[in-house]
Design a binder for this molecule. Sequence first.
Ligand SMILES: [Zn+2]
Length: 125
Amino acid sequence: MLVQLAKGMLSVKTGDEGPRHDPYGYIEWTLVTPYKGKSAQLHCGLAEFAVIDGKHIEDDPTSAFEQYIGVTLKSLERAMHRIRSRCKCGCTEFRTMDGYPGETMAVCTECQNIVYCDFDKSAVE
Ligand SMILES: [Zn+2]
């Protein structure tokens, strides 16, 4: 998923890391600017660190990253939510359905496409 920011393009990647028998989800934000060597990455998972302009930061990486991109992660998450709040058919009206425990699905009221699926880990723990 890509978000256009004043400084450049921000992409978000999620995945698993750690040993195969005990994988750990992570989220990685990467800002790519039009300027050579200027980029920032924030990795939140088993380890938390940022790489800003090629420099590795482990001391409060989130703040360093937020400062660099000029946007807080909170507002980014809100922006992300807005972006995915539109079905490929253009419809923005969904009804939410509960799937597995802790899972919420949003289904387009027009074409019945599943627009997104949220998994709330805290609901099952
Ligand atoms: Zn739709």
